[in-house]
Every structure is written in C-alpha cells, then in structure tokens.
Design a binder for this molecule. Structure first.
Ligand SMILES: Cc1cc2nc3c(=O)[nH]c(=O)nc-3n(C[C@H](O)[C@H](O)[C@H](O)COP(=O)(O)OP(=O)(O)OC[C@H]3O[C@@H](n4cnc5c(N)ncnc54)[C@H](O)[C@@H]3O)c2cc1C
Ligand code: SF4
Ligand code: SF4
Length: 334
C-alpha cells in the first residue's frame, strides 16, 4: 500500500516526509523537473536580525524527500486517471510518452499549489515583465535569495522603489476578491532588507489594506525605519525608466503621479489552472475563490487537499496542515 501525493512543493513534500516517518510508503508525482515548488526559490529576509519569514521551517526537506527509500519520486510526471475506491485506488500517471499504473493506493493527497498573479494573466495595472526595474514578488524573492552570494544589485542601487500591494488581489475586475494573505508579509520584510542595505533608497508602499504580519506595532516600526505608506488604489504604471506610477490617494481621492527607479508588483495567489482537471480526476470540488476542496470528509473519500491548492497560506500554515493531514491518514490506514 502507498499514499499518492500530487505536487512536490512544500505541502506535498512535508506530507510525504511525515507519512514515511510514520511507516507509510509514498508515491510523489511532480509535474516540474525538480521538487520544492515556489518556496525553493525564496530567500532569507533577515536584515540585522531574523525577520521570521518562515523559510527556516523548510530546513533540509528537499534532500530528505529526494533521498528517502520509501518515497518513489516521479518528476515531470502527471496524474491522468484514478480508478477504484478509497483504500484501494489505482492511479494512472504519464511521464513523457510512457504510462504507468500504481495499484494499492490507499489515499490521495492533492498538493498542486497555486500560480502567482502575474502568471494568471491578470492585473490591476498593466504588467510588463520585460521592462528592467519592474519586478514581481517572485523576482523579489529571488533577489533575496541571490543576495547570499552577491550584492542585491550589480551597479548603482535604485534611488526609489514603489511596492504595489494587492497586485491581482482584492479586485472585482481581476476575479480575486480575496486577500492573498502573504504579500503584506513577504513584501514588507523584503522592504526592510532594502532599507537596511541601502538607507538612502526611498521605499514607498502603495497599499489598499494592511494585514497583521506580526503582533504589536509592526507597521509603525517600518515607518520608524523610514518606509513610507500611502493608502491608495493603483491606476496605471507607465514604463520608463524612471517608471511612473499613477495612483488614487484614498485620503482625498486625488490622482498622484510619481516616478520610481524600481516598481515591485507584490503579487498574490491564484488557483492553479490545472485544478479543474485534477478536481475531475480526484473527485474534488471548489471553494468560492476557485481553489480546490474535498467534497466530504477525507476519511470517507480517501482524497485530501493540502497547502495552497486549497487557498492562500503561509509556510508555517502549510507545514502544520501537512503534518495534520499525514497524521489523519495514518490514523485511518493500516
Ligand atoms: C511571491 C511570494 C512570496 C512568498 N513568500 C513567503 C514567505 O516569505 N513566507 C511565507 O510563509 N510564505 C510565503 N509565500 C507563500 C508560499 O509560497 C506558500 O505558502 C507555499 O509555496 C505553498 O506551497 P505549496 O506546496 O502549497 O504550493 P507550490 O509552492 O505552488 O507547490 C506546488 C507544487 O505542485 C506542482 N504541481 C502543480 N500542478 C501539478 C500537477 N497537476 N501534477 C503534479 N505536480 C503539480 C508544482 O510544480 C509545485 O512543485 C509567498 C508567496 C508568494 C506568491
Ligand atoms: S530564512 Fe526567514 S526565518 Fe530564517 S533566518 Fe532568514 S528571515 Fe529568519
Ligand atoms: S496580504 Fe496584503 S497585499 Fe496581499 S492581498 Fe492581502 S492586503 Fe493585499
């Protein structure tokens, strides 16, 4: 018997590792060429001290999953079909041109994650991926990751940076009326790193709302560090350099035009477009926001949804949910 996991990001790998630690066998199917999902590309956001971004929770997980003898890892592979009933599913998977069948699948865990707003072809303002100095949240994370090896910029650092918050979230037009829950935290932590390394750089947050990131006066402490906050609604970005951001300031509904060397689209999370197909194959349904959800209790259906496949979550929430799911499966499977 084995548990089939679809998706080898943080959610899939955390579930897999907890399951094998409890004596289960796991078949892990990942569509990309490597496991790790988005989180593998993120960087530490410590400035003068740890800023609790959650990344340390991942530890050595990728290596542990890749080398574990009870985990059959299939990369560049997709789940095509599921037959049978809970406790004895058969799963058909495809790798390149060859099909494989895994019999004796006791439970299926769908951990297919999310796509970033910029990849979902939407946006409150036009997003031009090609322009130098205009970057997405994921590219910002990569900057944070690379800074372990080099300075953030090869040449002169930008003199001014605008963070456009809620990019692709919170907009009726963009279909995502929900809050993505992570962009306030990763963007503000990265802003603090920028300000720490380059105190003369002007950093401005253009935001519609602010989520609680840490208990206490978190946002006030960023203001004390010299980061500016303007409650506003972005109208458009004219590509430069310098890049011109037009926004409607909430306090007086005035349209303001300002130039910045760098603009960060703080993107949020959209449902994985492959979700529809996975829902059909794995007999799942959808939340109001379009993320996957189990139709009934997973102990009855034999199928669970873990991580951001089910909606926006932070790293610590994904890890906690994965552990809980694995424990639930072990309780119900002999
Ligand atoms: C820009 C950005 C920055 C963030 N920074 C932070 C942060 O600093 N701290 C924090 O706590 N959280 C952060 N988050 C949230 C964090 O990214 C998520 O909590 C985490 O990635 C969720 O992991 P996951 O495994 O559910 O999804 P994913 O990371 O999306 O992984 C899904 C995996 O499934 C695979 N897959 C997809 N479809 C299929 C399929 N059909 N078949 C097989 N495999 C499939 C994918 O290739 C991928 O490997 C950030 C989010 C964004 C957008
Ligand atoms: S990766 Fe995140 S949690 Fe770990 S030291 Fe850096 S800021 Fe702190
Ligand atoms: S987390 Fe913050 S930036 Fe992201 S959608 Fe919610 S309020 Fe907007």
């Amino acid at each position: 018997m084995a548990v089939l996991i679809v998706g080898g990001g943080l959610a899939g790998c955390s579930t897999a590792f907890e399951l094998v630690s409890r004596g289960q066998n796991v078949v892990l199917v990942e569509s990309a060429s490597t496991i790790g999902g988005k989180v593998r590309r993120y960087g530490c956001k410590a400035a003068d001290r740890c800023l609790n971004c959650g990344l340390c929770l991942v530890g050595d997980l990728w290596n542990q999953v890749e080398s574990h003898p009870q985990i059959q890892l299939r990369t560049e592979t997709e789940l095509l079909d599921v037959m049978g009933a809970p406790g004895s599913f058969s799963a058909v998977v495809r790798h390149a041109d060859s099909l494989d069948i895994f019999d004796g699948i006791s439970h299926i865990v769908v951990a297919s994650g999310f796509v970033e707003s910029s990849r979902a072809a939407v946006g409150a303002v036009e997003y031009s991926h090609q322009a130098p100095g205009i970057i997405t949240g994921l590219e910002l994370e990569q900057l944070m990751s690379e800074r372990r090896r080099a300075a953030l910029w090869d040449g002169e650092p930008p003199k001014s940076v605008a963070f456009l918050q809620c990019f692709g979230s919170r907009s009726l037009r963009d279909r995502a009326q929900y809050c993505s829950r992570v962009c306030c935290s990763y963007a503000s932590r990265a802003a603090r790193v920028l300000k720490h390394y380059y105190p003369d750089t002007r950093v401005v947050f253009l935001h519609m709302e602010q989520q609680q990131v840490e208990p206490g006066s978190y946002w006030q402490s960023l203001e004390a560090d010299g980061i500016e906050f303007v409650r506003s609604r972005p109208v458009t970005v004219r590509v430069g350099p310098p890049h011109t951001v037009l926004y409607e300031r909430s306090v007086d509904s005035t349209i303001v035009e300002e130039s910045f060397d760098m603009v960060v689209f703080s993107e949020g999370m959209y449902p994985n477009p492959d979700g529809e197909r996975l829902a059909e194959v794995c007999r799942l349904s959808f939340s109001d926001e379009g993320f996957l959800k189990a139709v009934r209790d997973s102990s009855e259906t034999g199928v669970s949804v873990v991580g951001c496949a089910g909606g926006p979550k932070r790293i610590e929430e994904v890890v906690a949910e994965a552990l809980q799911t694995a424990r639930g499966i072990c309780g119900g499977v002999r």
